[in-house]
Design a protein around this ligand. Structure first.
Ligand SMILES: [Zn+2]
Length: 234
């Protein structure tokens, strides 16, 4: 029994379906991983903003403490000023108080600036948290979709695999070895259709002898790329 071109054509079609289904099955977990990675990036951003806010609040607190300490120092100096007897001492105290008040005014501005920045960053935090929420939903949606599709694809794959086994059981002679070796190495790409007078895998022109064998329905092996070539009857 010889292998017919139509059997190779059938094997090519089934191997293509198998490759396609396997590809779809492999893409599923990658889609989930991508959604997880996106969520992680968004979560990292939330963490970073929260860290930033914490740091700014600590800065503001420490400046406020400094401000209060200096205020009480000013209060003490004012007491001394009232009690001062010498003009020189009075002048020195007055200058000290003025310098401390000036320093506190600067500090006060700095604190306000930090508090305003915190308000802005809190708005950013809200948006970042919202994005995390959306990406969480997206991840759940994709995970469910992939899991549902996996069931369908696996059943489809097992159907295609038994169809393939059935078709392969019709192979005979030396051809089985060639076919198995080629498919193991190249999958669906082990076969190619004749296109004009060329192999559609590598686009090399075939010799007249090979074309003659193809024309009477025998599959042949391309001398250039090693694919099994068949002549479609469609
Ligand atoms: Zn070729």
């Amino acid at each position: 029994m010889t292998v017919t071109a139509s059997l190779v054509q059938l094997l090519h079609r089934i191997n293509r379906q198998k490759t396609d289904l396997k590809g779809q099955l492999e893409r599923g977990p990658k889609m989930v991983q991508m959604a997880q990675a996106k969520l992680q990036v968004a979560q990292n951003r939330v963490d970073q903003i929260q860290q930033n806010i914490k740091q700014m609040k600590m800065d503001a607190d420490s400046k406020q403490l400094q401000l209060r300490e200096r205020e009480s120092k000013i209060h003490n100096l004012e007491g001394k000023l009232n009690a001062a007897k010498e003009n020189r001492e009075y002048q020195t105290l007055k200058e000290q108080i003025a310098a401390d008040r000036q320093a506190n005014a600067v500090l006060s501005d700095e604190i306000l600036e930090i508090l305003e920045r915190i308000d802005q960053v809190v708005v950013q935090l809200g948006a970042a948290k919202e994005s995390v929420g959306e990406l969480q939903l997206e991840l759940e949606r994709i995970s469910k979709q992939v899991a549902d599709k996996k069931v369908v694809l696996e059943s489809e794959l097992s159907r295609v695999e038994s169809e393939l086994a059935e078709a392969e059981s019709q192979l005979s002679g030396d051809f089985i070895r060639d076919y198995q070796r080629l498919v193991a190495a190249r999958g669906e790409d082990a076969m190619a259709e004749l296109e004009g007078k060329c192999c559609s895998g590598c686009y090399q022109m075939l010799t007249p002898q090979l074309l003659e064998r193809l024309s009477i329905g025998h599959p042949i092996i391309c001398a250039s790329c090693g694919r099994l070539i068949y002549h479609s009857r469609d």
